[in-house]
Write a protein that binds this ligand. Sequence first.
Ligand SMILES: Nc1ncnc2c1ncn2[C@@H]1O[C@H](COP(=O)(O)OP(=O)(O)OP(=O)(O)O)[C@@H](O)[C@H]1O
Ligand SMILES: [Mg+2]
Length: 254
Amino acid sequence: MIDDRRLRHLETQVDKLRTRTKDSSTRKTYDQVFDHAALLTIASLISDDVISTLDYPVSTGKEANVFHGTDSKGRAKALKIYRIATATFRNIAMYIEGDPRFKRVKRATKPTIFAWAQKEYKNLVRMGDAGVRVPRPERVLDNVVVMEYIGDETQPAPSLREAAPADPQAVFEDVVENLRRIRKASLVHADFSEYNLLWWGDQVVVIDVGQAVPLDHPRAEEWFRRDVVNTVRYFRRLRIDTSPSSLEQAILRG
Ligand SMILES: Nc1ncnc2c1ncn2[C@@H]1O[C@H](COP(=O)(O)OP(=O)(O)OP(=O)(O)O)[C@@H](O)[C@H]1O
Ligand SMILES: [Mg+2]
């Protein structure tokens, strides 16, 4: 049960986050993220002991805000909160249509976003089960996905884009192995790039899997090839000699 005391306590936490923000556009984003429904959702995650505190923002993306949270045992969590007020899901329908797991989704905004959060959670589970290195999924509720936080108290893990790995060949092999396992999960990431790979403990961690689709999606192969091309482009800049066709084969040989 969510009692008033808990909800007030949460409102205080969110208020602190809000007043700490000098930047008015970020503040506006907060107002959009933390509507009453979102506060209730977070309060319910707190009363279920999925997290015990909502701490600070990690990232403000196009569609979602990611926050650092902590559970009662002191473990760090990432909360990815999809915004409802300013949802710009131009592409969402394209990824959901053709996915038999989401046949019954209504076009209305809120159910679509909830389904999207469900999809991200399920994709995390499915990839994790296939051995893809992803943040461990913890819970999905409404528009909030809770997962393992990658990073430490001083910083979230940088993306591969921001990091400068010392041994590109080793990173390449790690990335290929993760692509193989995504394939083994019968999924295509569909937004695979150095922006959606975190670099932590000399290993890559695959994130942002909301748009991933099963192999029987009509555009799965097209998006698979796009993932491969992005990967080749990134590693060529690091002087790794590869091509889309050789990488594709390396993945499919699995
Ligand atoms: N589990 C996590 N642990 C630590 N940081 C994370 C985690 N998940 C996401 N982040 C941070 O939040 C950022 C945005 O996450 P993600 O890519 O999943 O969302 P997005 O909606 O695609 O955002 P964007 O529009 O910025 O790409 C990541 O680049 C990363 O910095
Ligand atoms: Mg992203």
